[in-house]
Design a protein around this ligand. Sequence first.
Ligand SMILES: Cc1cc2nc3c(=O)[nH]c(=O)nc-3n(C[C@H](O)[C@H](O)[C@H](O)COP(=O)(O)OP(=O)(O)OC[C@H]3O[C@@H](n4cnc5c(N)ncnc54)[C@H](O)[C@@H]3O)c2cc1C
Length: 169
Amino acid sequence: MNSRRDEIYFVTSTPEPEFEVESWSAKGDLNMLRQAYAEFHSQVRAVITACPEVHKWALVERDPLPRWGEGRIVLLGDACHPMTPYMAQGAATAIEDAAVLSRCLDGVDGDGVEEAFHRYELSRKDRTSRIQLTSRLNTWLRQKTDADWVYGYDAWQEPLANVGAATTV
Ligand SMILES: Cc1cc2nc3c(=O)[nH]c(=O)nc-3n(C[C@H](O)[C@H](O)[C@H](O)COP(=O)(O)OP(=O)(O)OC[C@H]3O[C@@H](n4cnc5c(N)ncnc54)[C@H](O)[C@@H]3O)c2cc1C
């Protein structure tokens, strides 16, 4: 809802296996949306009926990238580990990236930036890859799940990778 409380933003999902367009601005078909939710509660239908237009985007499964950066450029967040939404970890992992990246850069001068970026990538990639691959299963918390490895992670305390020895310190 916006600050004036006169607009509601909602997100929902509808199967559309043929939709393969990669876009953040593709328009959806309101009639198709209303039809898909025709049997839902009247409050849901009221929101969808009032909706003036709808955008749509595809949920896409991405494999972990082989690398996140080159030289003095490095990525974080969705740019390097886009994931399906079933674990609600996209923003969480982007924030973790930022915390770990800041730790890797702490006290580093210009000449050390490249190594710091490499250290950041090494420190983060196993975790984000595991989340990417687990999320796509779409079973998270639906069955008995050991969730500690996701929610127990402390980006400020986790050991950082040792670039030279490719181990953690
Ligand atoms: C409906 C929905 C629900 C979600 N729920 C959750 C949740 O519960 N928990 C969770 O952890 N995550 C959730 N996510 C995922 C989360 O929103 C993303 O993973 C997160 O926003 C990624 O952050 P980011 O900074 O990497 O990328 P973004 O948030 O996409 O930021 C990238 C920014 O770069 C800008 N940009 C792009 N191109 C250019 C350019 N050429 N020049 C300048 N700027 C540019 C974009 O406009 C954007 O502002 C949800 C996502 C959606 C869509």
